[in-house]
Design a binder for this molecule. Sequence first.
Ligand code: TRP
Length: 336
Amino acid sequence: MAVKQKVLTGITTSGTPHLGNLVGAILPAIEASKGKETSSFLFLADYHSLIKKLDSKLTHESSFEIAACWLACGLDPKKVIFYRQSDIPHIFELAWILGCLTSKGLLNRAHAYKAAMSDNELSGAKDVDKGITMGLFNYPILMAADILMFSADIVPVGQDQKQHIEMTRDIALRFNHHYGDLLTPPEASISKLTGVLPGIDGRKMSKSYNNTIPIFADEGSLKKTIMKIKTNSLEPGVPKDITDCNIFAIFKSISKENDVKSFQKMYEEGIGWGDAKTYLFDNLSLFLSSYKKEYLKIIKDRDYVESVLKEGANKALEVSTPLIEDIRKSVGIKGF
Ligand code: TRP
């Protein structure tokens, strides 16, 4: 039997599921998991969420909502290994080992850390490290451990995460060079979409920017969010450009080619922004309706979600246990 390719991806559980999660990560990962040649590892990066906000309620509720969202969108727990990062202690053990062979210089160059420093510089703070935790600094190492613990070959991520996959490769090669070939350097798979889906303000849709479109909000709030999308100030009747238009980019992410073409035609004919937003809202709400129906069912049964994740953790542990045992031995941590 051919060896299956391992595909792994995770979502940080620090907010309510939004359209960027859905079209950028969840739906493509579920689609990919249907291939016979792949085995998929999909997980909730719940410990990663502590980097963003120390809010225990938020972490807990967001983990539940994102788990329910994966299930509502069609993840089949029999076909994929679906688990919570926090249920696999081996990941954190590996993160320590990897940290001990990663140079601090490599992490100094990580973009999330650099962005936090440059914010400090811009705001004139005396200490460029003001408010920056070791969690943020070490974030790429925990992510490398997530990936290397399951020998993932392919990691589908947004453009902004590409650097972390490159670091993971560097770290794996360094480990292998020093201790023997136990870790698999992964490849990033960047979807065209995840790189560009804008939020309502035009920056990348992200919890960190507070510009997301939550996908399971009631119709009223969904409409309100859509109406807030930033546009230029062209009047109705004036032909409009689809490039660099947030409404259009969001529409495109959920639509078939033909529908995209008809919407483009409306732009050429000078659709007004209010109408364009209403059109987006109608289509989005239709696109989301079947997922939403499932979601509302699933969230009523917390025990079900818990049992799926527990089963997933058992399967994940079957993979991580033999590898961490080999890793421990290779670094000299073993019985006398
Ligand atoms: N850092 C990713 C994000 O914020 C989430 C994540 C954590 C992840 N560990 C991972 C993604 C491992 C892929 C593989 O989007």
